[in-house]
Design a protein around this ligand. Structure first.
Ligand code: AGP
Length: 618
């Protein structure tokens, strides 16, 4: 939810920390702060609001030093004020700390610390940790942190400095993402961050911390330990951590001339869908090869039931996955909201495969759902975008969607990337369960044609912008589709809600008669997904029901459509493909429509209110 960054090295930390926070602003952007150590004194600067506010403050009151930590916040405990902004300290600035996560037993700890004479200045759970570390500090910071964390319940990614043990940043992780960046040798520098985007300008060499690990960063490098070993009699052993190389480039995390990251990412989809299939489609055999599932081949051969779990847009992708796997591979599939699945007593029978879908790979509910499935003996597979993320590392195998960094909070390219991978996975499973070579080759051809077809949809942007002008004053909207296009209706409605704040709902088109039709009048725009598939005539009837009640209709239709185009208020023609792949094409005009409406309403498209890119707390 929040973004953490830390630096120790030869450069001045201030500008580097601020730049890194800007790159993580999509994680949370309601307040920010930095603390920089110089001559064993901490300079702390904090400000409510966007990082720009903090920058203005620092312009007038800069902080010198080459060792510092920074934070951009998404409030969980205490409103987004300057007093609640991080870094937090024990009061005099001896111990300074930034935190991403939730300290669940903070009230109990706080009461005990107040009894010991501590005074608190914020309403946050995090401040408690700063006081606790300072309370147990006896000269060695990592020891103090380990002791303090042994009394903490909850999730955290933290970075801490102490004037009594200067020239080091100590970090620890449990449940929230944290990685170490190994800087240029000659500059003797080290980085820590919640997200590689924050430090990619300086290094591609990273070490991912796992839950229960603590690391000490100094100018000479980093040392990683198991937190649990600190309390025990024995020696605290060094952990040999693998160094990963990041192949994303800086350009990928820049806006590249687009007004917003979201628009850039919508336009990247022909490439990202192509990348999601690169090296995976085998025309000759009419099959898909998914290397990341190699170790799960036996499990996949014996699957009798699949449970797909996810949140938000990824949950909508899971619904399309259900249709694909049931229709093509004839495997029964259930789609579960991760936040519900984790607390229910899920039934895991032999032959059950659980699939976790997540763009960030860090969504707390999805992570917990897959852990619950594993606890119940299910093999778990991941479909993830962020390489090295927790879900990727905790699943038995999986497939990366290769969409590249997705900065816009509203997911777009990761959705079509997830669908492209689900279609290939369904093809892989189906070819082992009766789908013929010819049918397999048709599917491969259909997949190969998608990038070009999405390019053709993007050429409709001007038309879509004109349509958006007709609907940007709306206060409500309905999205309707059938079959594979029902989840697309849900996704279209979510996009509009997320970035334009217009209330919108998606429904199976036939469900409209059972209630939502009561909402229809001249003020209720209805967006139909109506390609020329086997449900077309049914949709035509639904459109008539809406028109009969004075509703205004926008329809996504197939190129060359006439029947509906003459009947609706606005039609957006898109290329036709196989029914099971149409969702990858039909969603794009809905992404653009939501984007254009939000821009016309002056909304902050990349950082919509109340949202964050990766929901790492439940
Ligand atoms: C979608 O636009 C939102 N950003 C949100 O619903 C998101 O899909 C959800 O939080 C799941 O995120 P994940 O795919 O990173 O797990």
């Amino acid at each position: 939810m929040c973004g953490i960054i830390g630096y120790i090295g030869g450069r001045q930390a201030q500008s580097l920390l601020i730049e890194g926070l800007h790159r993580m602003e999509y994680r949370g952007y309601d307040s920010a702060g930095v603390a920089i150590q110089s001559d064993a004194i901490h300079g702390i600067r904090r400000m409510a609001g966007k990082i720009g506010n903090l920058e203005k403050l620092i312009e007038h009151d800069p902080v010198g030093g080459t060792c510092g930590i920074g934070h951009t916040r998404w409030a969980t405990h205490g409103p987004p004020t300057t007093l609640n902004a991080h870094p937090h300290s024990e009061g005099s600035g001896r111990t300074v700390l930034v935190h991403n996560g939730i300290i669940e037993n903070y009230e109990v700890l706080r009461r005990k610390l107040v009894e010991l004479g501590h005074e608190f200045s914020s309403e946050t759970d995090t401040e408690v940790l700063a006081h606790l570390i300072d309370e147990v500090f006896e000269g060695n910071l990592e020891q103090a942190i380990a002791t303090a964390l042994s009394r903490v319940e909850g999730t955290y990614g933290i970075a801490v400095m102490h004037t009594g043990d200067p020239e080091k940043i100590v970090v620890a992780r449990n449940g929230s993402p944290l990685l170490i960046g190994i800087g240029e040798d000659d500059l003797r520098e080290m980085f820590v961050a919640s997200d590689v985007a924050a430090i990619l300008a300086y290094t591609r060499k990273v070490v991912y911390l796992d839950d229960g690990e603590l690391a000490v960063l100094t100018r000479d490098g980093h040392e990683t330990f198991k937190l649990s070993e600190f309390g025990s009699e024995g020696v605290v052993r060094l952990i040999d951590k693998e160094v990963s190389h990041i192949d994303w480039d800086l350009e990928q995390i820049e806006r590249g001339g687009f007004e917003h990251f979201m628009l850039k990412e919508i336009y990247e989809q022909p490439d990202t869908v192509r990348d999601a299939m690169r090296g995976r489609l085998l025309e000759e055999e009419g099959i898909a090869h998914l290397g990341g599932l190699r170790d799960m081949a036996d499990v996949l051969d014996n699957v009798k039931r699949i449970v797909i779990t996810a949140c938000g847009t990824s949950w909508h992708a899971a619904l399309v996955g259900e249709y694909l796997l049931e229709e093509l591979a004839r495997i029964p599939v259930e789609v579960e909201y991760a936040s519900e699945y984790r607390y229910r007593r899920p039934i895991v029978t032999p032959g059950t495969l659980v699939i976790a879908i997540s763009q960030s790979g860090e969504t707390a509910d999805t992570l917990a759902a897959l852990r619950e499935a594993k606890r119940r003996g299910a093999p778990v597979m991941g479909i993830v975008n962020v390489v090295g993320s927790s879900i990727a590392r905790e699943t038995d195998g999986g497939v990366y969607i290769h969409s590249g960094p997705e900065i816009g909070v509203a997911s777009t390219k990761s959705f079509t990337g997830q669908l492209a991978v689900l279609a290939q996975f369904a093809l892989y499973m189906a070819r082992k369960r009766g789908l013929t070579l010819i049918e397999g080759r048709e599917m491969v051809a259909g997949l190969r044609a998608l990038p070009g077809q999405i390019e053709r949809v993007l050429e409709q942007d001007e038309l879509i912008t004109r349509i958006a002008q007709q609907y940007c004053e709306s206060t409500n909207a309905l999205y309707l589709g059938r079959g594979y296009n029902f989840p697309v209706a849900l996704e279209g409605a979510l996009k509009l809600k997320e970035i334009s704040y217009i209330h919108a709902e998606g429904y199976p088109a036939a469900e409209m008669k059972h209630g939502p039709i009561a909402l229809i009048d001249e003020n209720m725009p209805v967006f139909f997904i109506a390609p020329a598939d086997n449900a077309y005539q049914k949709i035509v009837a639904n459109v008539e029901e809406v028109k009969a009640r004075g509703g205004r209709v926008v329809a996504i239709v197939s190129e060359g459509d006439t029947q509906l185009t003459e009947r609706v208020d606005h039609a957006i023609p898109v290329p036709r493909t196989m029914d099971c792949l149409q969702a990858l094409i039909a969603v794009v005009p809905l992404q653009l429509l939501a984007y254009r409406i939000a821009v016309l309403r002056g909304c902050d498209v990349d950082q919509p209110r109340n949202l964050a890119k990766s929901v790492t707390v439940e």
